[in-house]
Design a binder for this molecule. Structure first.
Ligand code: NDP
Length: 332
């Protein structure tokens, strides 16, 4: 059979010349797994990072030996997995760029071929669709009235994000994509209300016009620069899903500022906090915390200036970060 391997270890964004198509033996069937004939291979941005050992701690494939990793839709030809028969069609995230793959049982999901064309299980019903669905329904909890903005909107994730948002009742769905053809797909086939071509002159103004009301949800697929732009537009109390930073995957260093890639990798939830919103809970706060202060369980450190005359100097120290503990001026 044929499979695709790396020609050499990668030190930069992969290009076609980094790959070789080579002959290999059809793999043996693992106990509790299957061997399947590959029907569709999903090509995903993360694979570019994975080939360089930059994805979720997973090792890169050995050049010349291991097939390029990737999700597949495949037809089972040998099964040692209870419940899966020869001829069944399965989906697996742990396939590869090969004509046949050996799949351990835990990485096999049987597909009902009647549900949709089989290739859909590499896209809208596969990992990219799951990603979009998870971000829109499980994290951002998009519902009626939401205004949703998403970039890389012509792609597998972004296009599904907008469509699921609409199906969940979003009032308006706006995409950002590169070029008129992609934008035509986004508004035509995907049915977004608008799509802004960020490669066109004046696109910031066009985005403003497409968003008469600020977005309540932003779904980021591209970069921290895009996320910052969207964040500036987001309605207060809006939600942002940081899904991908595809424009940064092959950079030598992360862009300055908050390392958004770490937020994605850690699945961290980042919340904006403005204390005003909690003024009406002051009594609850005091009931909780005052006893700790009284008992000494909660320590106090104060950097005290005595008398108004001493206030400017302490303030100067505060501005320079040289205060130690709570800076306060005591007049008693
Ligand atoms: P796409 O088909 O959307 O391809 C990526 C798109 O990103 C490109 O078509 C391009 O669209 C845009 N892009 C902008 N800058 C770059 C760049 N420097 N290199 C390549 N592409 C660029 O991919 P997917 O829909 O599969 O994935 C979208 C995002 O979702 C990616 O960031 C991906 O890593 C992420 N993802 C995250 C997952 C997670 O678990 N967090 C799971 C799955 C995907 P345009 O021309 O419109 O700018």
């Amino acid at each position: 059979m044929k499979q695709v391997v790396l020609r050499h270890a990668l030190a930069a964004r992969p290009v076609a010349g980094d790959f070789d198509v080579v002959g290999a033996a059809v793999p043996d069937c693992p106990d509790g797994g299957v061997v399947a004939r590959v029907l569709h291979i999903s090509l995903d941005p993360y694979v570019g990072s994975r080939l360089r050992g930059r994805h979720m701690g997973e090792p890169p494939p050995a050049p010349g030996i291991d097939p390029i990793p990737g999700a597949v839709v495949a037809e089972v030809v040998v099964s040692r997995l209870p419940g899966i028969a020869e001829g069944d069609v399965v989906q697996s995230m742990e396939g590869g760029w090969a004509e046949f793959v050996a799949l351990p049982g835990e990485h096999v999901r049987r597909i009902d071929p009647a549900v949709a064309p089989l290739s859909a299980h590499a896209g809208v019903l596969g990992m990219p669709g799951l990603t979009a669905w998870a971000g829109i329904t499980q994290l951002a909890a998009v519902g009626p009235g939401d205004i949703v903005l998403v970039d890389a909107a012509a792609g597998a994730v972004g296009g599904t994000v907008g469509q699921i948002a609409r199906l969940k009742g979003a009032a308006r769905v706006v995409g950002i994509a590169g070029g008129p053809d992609k934008c035509a797909l986004v508004t035509g086939s995907y049915g977004f209300d608008a799509c802004i071509d960020y490669k066109a002159e004046g696109w910031h103004d066009a985005l403003t016009a497409a968003l008469p009301e600020p977005p309540t949800v932003h779904f980021e697929n591209v970069s921290t620069a895009m996320a910052s732009m969207a964040l500036a537009r987001l309605r207060p109390y809006g939600r942002m899903v940081l899904c991908g930073l595809v424009d940064q995957y092959h950079a030598d260093t992360p862009p300055p500022g908050l390392n958004a890639g770490l937020i994605v990798g850690k699945r961290a939830q980042v919340c904006g906090l403005v204390v005003y919103d909690f003024y009406d809970r002051w009594d609850i706060f005091l009931a909780d915390v005052a006893p700790w202060v009284a008992s000494g369980a909660l320590g106090i450190a104060e950097d005290v200036a005595h008398g108004l005359d001493a206030a400017p100097a302490l303030f100067e120290r505060l501005m320079e970060g040289r205060n130690i503990g709570k800076a306060l001026v005591s007049l008693v």
